[in-house]
Design a binder for this molecule. Structure first.
Ligand SMILES: Cc1cc2nc3c(=O)[nH]c(=O)nc-3n(C[C@H](O)[C@H](O)[C@H](O)COP(=O)(O)OP(=O)(O)OC[C@H]3O[C@@H](n4cnc5c(N)ncnc54)[C@H](O)[C@@H]3O)c2cc1C
Length: 295
């Protein structure tokens, strides 16, 4: 089968292939151009076959989840996209195994049905499990790495199970960033609890997020420097509401950039640069992006 110039072979019934793949439609920030092709593996075997084929043919690719922490490129990406959000499986024999494409919402719904507690802090984070593990997503004091037993990855054509200690989770960091491993799923450490308690915890986490800005964004753009809040530093520079074209620094949360008027990725990048320069000029602190900038 040839898809927009890529010969992707045949016999890979376990994934769907689509073209074109427009970033404005698929990313939470809603800007950027397109990829020539996108693939949606539905099983681990399909994923394995697809990655094997792309690697053998030296086709550059990105693996993505819900695209809620990425800034896609304008124009055509040099890479094809492997979209994990159809790889959905939650198995509860010998612990809780969750596939990379399961969203936080789906996981929490299942946990409540099974009376399992521990993952409630993911409430409202618009992630897939794979994206959460890659980014070590969470909220202050509770991160996905804290409840992970092991992560199943695809590396050099083989499935491997990586123990938590070897995932080197830390603030907004995981070992998966260092070698661009494909995350397939994870075993999570969850405890039993009654449904009412779980429901209350979910409500608490939901309430804490009520103040977050609405609109298209990537969540927090910058990591918090040790002991400080990037949002407060940005607010201190007076840049709240400052805009470059369709991209603006949120009026309610300095660490969010909102796309409210058809921004291009270049405009978002320019705004990121302006914010970094302003924070450095005022505080001599270099902000570091939390978001991943795709090429
Ligand atoms: C409104 C809003 C609120 C947010 N709130 C929070 C919050 O409270 N806490 C928080 O931590 N984050 C938050 N985020 C950011 C974002 O949701 C998280 O970083 C999330 O973990 C990203 O998951 P994703 O599935 O969208 O990953 P993507 O954005 O698709 O990908 C992120 C990175 O992970 C890589 N990746 C994704 N899946 C895989 C995989 N299976 N294997 C290998 N690499 C993979 C991608 O290549 C990319 O580099 C928020 C974002 C938004 C838009």
């Amino acid at each position: 089968m040839v898809l927009n110039g890529f010969d992707i072979g045949s016999g890979y019934e376990n994934y769907e292939a689509k073209k074109p793949f427009t970033f404005a439609d698929h990313s939470s920030i809603g800007c950027g151009g397109y990829a020539r092709a996108a693939f949606y593996p539905k099983t681990t075997e399909g994923l394995s076959a697809l990655i094997g084929k792309l690697e053998a043919d030296k086709v550059p690719f990105y693996v993505v989840g819900n695209m809620t922490n990425v800034l896609p490129p304008d124009g055509e990406s040099r890479r094809v996209f492997v979209c994990m959000n159809k790889l959905k499986d939650i198995r509860t024999k010998d612990g809780v195994y969750v596939s990379a494409g399961v969203t936080a919402g789906e996981l929490l719904h299942k946990c409540k049905a099974l009376s399992k507690t521990g993952a409630e802090f993911l409430e409202g984070i618009p992630c897939t499990l794979g994206g959460a593990l890659y980014m070590n997503a969470g909220v202050k004091g509770a991160y996905i790495g804290d409840i992970t037993e092991s992560v199943t990855v695809l590396k050099k054509g083989r499935l491997r199970v990586i123990k938590r200690k070897d995932c080197t989770f830390s603030y907004k960091h995981s070992a998966f960033m260092d070698d661009e491993t494909v995350i397939v799923g994870a075993n999570l450490r969850l405890e039993n609890a009654d449904k009412e308690k779980i429901g209350k915890k979910l409500e608490e986490y939901r309430a804490r997020r009520a103040h977050l800005p609405k609109g298209r964004s990537m969540g927090c753009v910058f990591k918090n420097p040790e002991g400080l809040f990037a949002g407060e530093l940005i607010e201190g520079t007076g840049l709240k509401g400052f805009r470059v074209g369709g991209a603006k620094v949120s009026e309610t949360h300095g660490n969010f950039i909102i796309n409210d008027r058809g921004a291009t990725s270049a405009q978002v990048r320019t705004l990121i640069g302006i914010v970094k320069n302003a924070v450095f000029a005022q505080y001599k602190i270099r902000l570091e992006e939390e978001i991943r900038i795709l090429e």
